[in-house]
Structures are given as C-alpha cells and as structure tokens.
Ligand binder design. Structure first.
Ligand code: ATP
Ligand code: MG
Length: 402
C-alpha cells in the first residue's frame, strides 16, 4: 500500500469560482517540490489534495517539502482503507481493527493514557453519522487497548477517522503548513534584500501571499566584502526553497555614496542612500515585470524608519512599496526568521552597505523639501542610469533542485 498524505489547502479553498484554479496551481507547486524524491502522485480530491508516495520515500522529506508550499494549511500522513461495497457494520469492523493497530503502535512509542476519536463523514450517503462513527471506533479501541481511557476534552492522543466515497482514512498527526496562497497567484515583487534579519522575512511574507520574488542587493565594494555578498546569496537560497527561482541583482552603491558625501550634509547621508536604493530598485523592477517594491522596514526601528523618514523615502518612487513588517516588533520578526530558517545566516557579522557610511547623528525627522534641495546638487539621472547598467545578475534556484 502506498502512503497517502492528506493535504488541506486553507484559504485557496475559499476562493469560490477560482477554487479549481488555485487548487490546480497548488498541485503543480507540490509536484515541483517533491518530484525529485521519486515516484509520487499528486491529485485533487473534493477540496483536499492527496499525495501518494512509495513507502521507501521518507515521510519527513515529504512533510518538509509539501509544508513549504504556500497555500498548504496542514497535512496528515494517513492510512487509506478501501471500503467500496461494504455495509456500515463491515466498515466499522475494518476501521476498528486498523485503529487498534495504530493505537497499539502509538502506545509502544509514547506514554499515552487517554485518547479521543474524531470522525468526519464527507460521504453523506454513508449510513452512520460522524458521532456514531467516532463512538463505534472508540468502543473497539477501548476494548482492545486496556491501558487507555477516553478523554474528550484533553486527550493525550487524537485519532482521526475520515469516511469518504470509496475510501476511509485513519491518521493521528497534523503537520502545519504556512497557509497563504499558491506562488504565482499574485504578481511579481522586487525585494530590497540586505544581509539583515528583516528583509528576508519581508520577502517571505509577500511570497506567502502568492507573489513571485526577485531581489536587489546594494553593496559598497571594496568597503563591503565578497563574503558579505555570499551571505546575501545564501539568504536568497533559503528563500528560494519557498519562493522558487529568484533573480538576484547586485549593485555597487559606492559611486553614489561618494557623490552624496561630497555634496550633501552628513546627517542626511542615510536618507539619500535610501532614496537612491528605492529609485534603482524601481527601475530594475520595471525592467523585470515586477509591480511592487518590498522592504523590511518597521516603524521606528532605526532613524531611517521613523514616520518622517519613511515619507521621504516613499516619495522617491511612484511604484507601491510593500512593507509587511511595518507594525511588527523585532521579537516577532526574529521569531519568523527562526521559523523559516534565515535567522542564523542573517546574524553572521559582515559589513553592510548602509553601515559603512553611517552618519554620527542621522536626521530622524527629515523634511522632504530640504532633502530634495540637497538631492538637486547631484546628477541623479546619470547616477541612476550608471547604477542600473552596472547591475549584475545571479540566478538563485531552490537548494533542493541542486
Ligand atoms: P534588515 O534587517 O533587513 O537589514 P534593517 O533593520 O537593518 O533591516 P535598514 O538597514 O534601515 O534596516 O534597511 C531597511 C530596509 O532597506 C531593509 O529591510 C531592506 O529592505 C533595505 N535595505 C537596507 N540595506 C540594503 C542593502 N544593502 N541592499 C538592499 N536592500 C537594503
Ligand atoms: Mg540592514
């Protein structure tokens, strides 16, 4: 018997007439993420997705790879029992016997004293209703597994029984996915990817809503090192496991930074740099069919992220700027970074393009007119063109593809 994984697709299921379209996208994504593990079938089944994998394929790999697909709410490795042509009593006996085997196996592995059976009947023509199924299976388990008693409120173990047309399923575990929407269902965005903690999380969150991602990183070589860029590539690689292929642009900001130092007040350095970053990112986005910019800014986190600074930064571009972390505390951002696996890499200590030229007392409440006035001393268009023309592209693929 193949192993079956029942995959639940949260929000995609709410999309009315679009539902089949979203589910088909999800099936494609799941197939792509697990195809290299071996012979695996993925198909839609009445609002669920069923993944069938040979028993030689490790469950942990399937769970990990399917769990990374946006749009997947949760999944359960399950036993699939054919019930076609049986009457309800026979079905209960067959399922009861399987349930006893499953519970005995759990008792061997874990210290459990109480259990509860939760049943669901999606085949409404089946004669027994869900509570009757649960009671019936529960009674068979109780009779065979003498160490167990029923606790309907806080059981040590929940056993799920699902009766569908032609098949019933028994499972115990539910592995959570990230939810969200299937990748590719919501346009393309260009993330400004520093080597820090925040921007990878911002990219992940937008991609989790179905957006394809490209990225631009600014460095100040030779003030920033090759190793600092390696770190950014590594972060993009981790993101790529979730977000698919990423075009990573790298741009040397040093020529622009030198012009700012020469022509603008020192305390305005960072805000001018931020505006240039946005402008360059916007141009690269336009050239690559991205319709939004994405940053890891969070209100008040640093001088360049005060409300006033964000207004001045925002005014540099006309493209919408997504800031998914804007109202999040750093602690929460770090939790997500841990969860998605970027944190350890983000905290590696390499130089950053922004910190190389950090002013001693950066403005925290810049006025747009003042900033525009000092910016007018620079050859903005020429600097932008040179920066965009010099952008280098690195293609980042999911690490599991390699
Ligand atoms: P992060 O942890 O993402 O580096 P941060 O708290 O250090 O964020 P800033 O350095 O002010 O914040 O940058 C704010 C945002 O600007 C970043 O989240 C990122 O989107 C973008 N950004 C900053 N530096 C760079 C860079 N060198 N290359 C590309 N984007 C950058
Ligand atoms: Mg940073």
């Amino acid at each position: 018997m193949d192993k079956v994984y029942i995959v639940r697709c949260g929000e995609s299921a709410l999309k009315g007439k679009n539902k089949p379209h979203f589910e088909r996208m999800l099936v494609q994504r799941i197939k792509k993420n697990i195809s290299e593990l071996g012979d695996i079938a993925v198909e839609r089944a009445d609002g669920l997705i069923m993944v069938r994998a040979g028993r030689d394929i490790p469950q942990s790999e399937v769970v990990k790879r399917v769990g990374r697909v946006f749009g997947v709410d949760s999944m359960s490795p399950a036993l699939e029992i054919p019930i076609d042509g049986m009457d309800a009593e026979e079905v209960m006996q067959v399922l009861g016997a399987v349930a006893v085997d499953v519970m005995n196996d759990i008792i061997d592995r874990r210290d459990i004293k109480t259990f509860k059976v939760e049943a669901k009947r999606s085949d409404k023509s089946f004669e027994l209703q869900s509570p009757q199924i649960a009671r019936s299976i529960g009674a068979i388990v109780l009779k065979s597994c003498k160490v167990l008693s029923v606790d309907v409120h806080k059981p040590d173990c929940r056993l799920y029984v699902s009766v569908r047309r032609g098949f019933a399923y028994i499972y115990e575990e539910k592995f959570p996915g990230f939810g969200g929407l299937p990748l590719g269902s919501n346009g393309r965005g260009m993330v400004l990817l520093s080597g820090g903690i925040d921007s990878p999380v911002a990219a992940f969150l937008m991609s989790h809503r179905g957006m394809n991602i490209d990225a631009v990183h600014f460095h100040s070589y030779p003030y920033t090192s090759e190793r600092a860029f390696e770190k950014v590539k590594r972060l993009a690689g981790i993101l790529s496991d979730y977000c698919g292929k990423i075009k990573l642009f790298s741009v040397n900001l040093l020529p622009i930074q030198e012009q700012i130092i020469l022509n603008c007040p020192e305390e305005e350095m960072t805000i001018h740099m931020r505006r240039f970053m946005m402008k360059i990112a916007e141009k690269l986005a336009e050239m690559n069919d991205a319709m939004m910019l994405i940053t890891g800014e969070s209100l008040g986190q640093v001088a360049s992220q005060t409300a006033e600074s964000l207004v001045v930064t925002d005014a540099a571009v006309s493209m919408p700027v997504m800031r998914p972390l804007i109202a999040m505390d750093k602690v929460r951002i770090m939790e997500i970074a841990e969860e998605i696996g970027t944190f350890e890499t983000s905290i590696l200590p390499y130089e950053d393009s922004c910190s190389v030229f950090l002013p001693k007392r950066p403005v925290t409440k810049p006025k747009l007119e003042r900033i525009l006035e000092s910016e007018s001393r620079l050859k903005v268009e020429k600097l932008l063109r040179e920066a965009v023309d010099s952008a280098k592209i690195t293609l980042i693929s999911p690490r599991s593809d390699k």
